[in-house]
Design a binder for this molecule. Sequence first.
Ligand code: NAD
Length: 417
Amino acid sequence: MDTKHSAWSNALEQLQIVADKISLDPGVLARLKTPKRTLEVAVPVVMDDGSTRVFQGFRVQHNIDRGPAKGGVRFAPTVDSDEVKALAMWMTWKCAVVSIPFGGAKGGVAVDPKILSLGELERLTRRFTSEILPILGPEKDVPAPDMGTNAQTMAWMMDAFSQNVGYAVPGVVTGKPLSIGGSAGREEATGRGVAIVTREIARRMGLTLSGASVAIQGFGNVGKNAALILAREFNCRIVAVSDANGGWYDPRGLDVEILARNSAAGGALPSDFPAERLTNAELLELPCDILIPAALENQISAQNAPRIKPKLLIEAANGPTSPDADPILRANGVTVVPDILANAGGVTVSYFEWVQGRDEYFWSIDEVAQRLERIMVNATNEVWAIAQRENVDLRLAAYISGVGRVSEAMHARGHWG
Ligand code: NAD
C-alpha cells in the first residue's frame, strides 16, 4: 500500500485537476477544498473487563448544497481526520454523479471492530451516535454502513438517536434492517451497482463478460456481492478474491457461492479452500480481464501501477487508486472506472430507503432493482458521453459531471462567496 499520499491529498489533487479542466470559479474551488463541518469526538466505552477505553470518532460534512449530507460510517484502525475528510468529499461528487439530492459526508471511529465483543461494539456505536447527534437527522445528515459496519450498526444508531429525541426516527440512517424501515436490495446494492457499471463499460469496450477473468480485492459487503452477481448473472470467472490476510486463486474460476457461504461477517474468507493462496499485492498484479479493488484506499500507486494491466479496472472501493497511478494505467491501456461512479449503487439505494421512509410506503425488490438499473445506466451514459466529447478518461469525465453539478447548485444558491 502507498503511504506517500494521504486520501485527503489525493482527493484535493483530483479536485484541482477537474477545476483546471473546467475553469471552476476560484471561489467555488476554495469553498470545496474545505469541508463545511468537521466534528471530532471522544468515544468512551466501558469494556467487558470493566476498564474504560476512549476511541477517537469523526463526522465530516463536506458539502450540503444539493441536499442533506449523506455518507457511511467506517469502523477501522486506519480511520483518521484526513481519511474521513476525503471520503466525505468523494460522497459529494458521487451523489452528484448519480444525480440524487444529497450532499457528502462520512464518519468513522478509529477502532478494529474485529477485536471488540458484540456488547462493546454496541456501546461504542451508541456513544458515538450520541456524541455526533447534534449534526445528525433525516433532514441534516444521514449515515449508512461502510467498512466495519453493517445493518446492525445502523439499527443501534437509529435506536440511540430515537432514544435521545423521544420518538422513532428511522430516517436518520440508511442500510437498516428491513424490520425497522430498511429497503429491499440495500445489502447488495453497491455490489449490484458495480456489476451494472461493469456490464455497461465492458459492452462499449467490446469485452465479453461470459468467461471473462475477474480478480476482486476485499470480500466484504461490496466485494462479495459484486463477485456473486458477476458470476451468477454474467457468467464471469472469478479467479481471485482476498481479505485483509490475502486470498484464494484458481485460474479456472473459484466457486464464489461456497466462499460466500463460508466467509464471516466483516468479509473474512475461509482459511481452508481448494485453491492457491496469494497475497493482496499478487492479486492486484494478476493477469486478468477485470480487476475490482473492493477494500481500502491507495492500493494502486505509481509503485505497482506499471505491473497492473487488466483491461478494465472497476473501483468498487473508495479511492483505491492514487492520482500518480492514473497516467501509468492510462498509458498501459487500462480503462479505469472511478469510484464515484462504480460504487454509487449503495448510496442510490440508500436514497431509495430514505424516500420510502418518508412516504412510509415500501417498494418490492424488483422495483428497487429497476430503479437502480435506470440510475446507474443513465449516470454511466452521461460519464461516457463526457469522456468522448472532452477526450478525457472516465475519472475526469465523472468529476466534470459531479463537480459541475455541485458548482451549479452553489451558484444557484449563491452563498458560497
Ligand atoms: P467490509 O468491511 O464489508 O469489507 C471489507 C473487506 O476488505 C473485507 O473482506 C476485509 O477483510 C478486506 N480488507 C480489509 N483490509 C484489507 C487490506 N488491508 N487488504 C485487503 N483487503 C482488506 O467493507 P465494504 O462495505 O465492503 O467496503 C469496501 C469498500 O467499498 C470501502 O472502500 C468502502 O468505502 C467502499 N464502499 C462501500 C459501500 C457500502 O455500501 N458498504 C458503498 C460504497 C463504497
